[in-house]
Design a protein around this ligand. Sequence first.
Ligand SMILES: [Zn+2]
Length: 68
Amino acid sequence: MSVNEGPVVKLVVHCRRCGGWLLSAGSVAEGIGPTCAVHERAEQHAAAALTLFDPSEPVELTLFDTAA
Ligand SMILES: [Zn+2]
């Protein structure tokens, strides 16, 4: 009489960015791998910066406003 361990079912999710397998619980929960998450955040920050900075309206950044 052998012990039937049955099939090992693992929840596997593909990274939404690169399509790679997500193995860690945190990555599965986020739906993206840690490396891709870094890239995605960087892209979101870049997109946000582009949105905030309107090239049609030149803005003078005065870093020493209060010091003047
Ligand atoms: Zn990825």
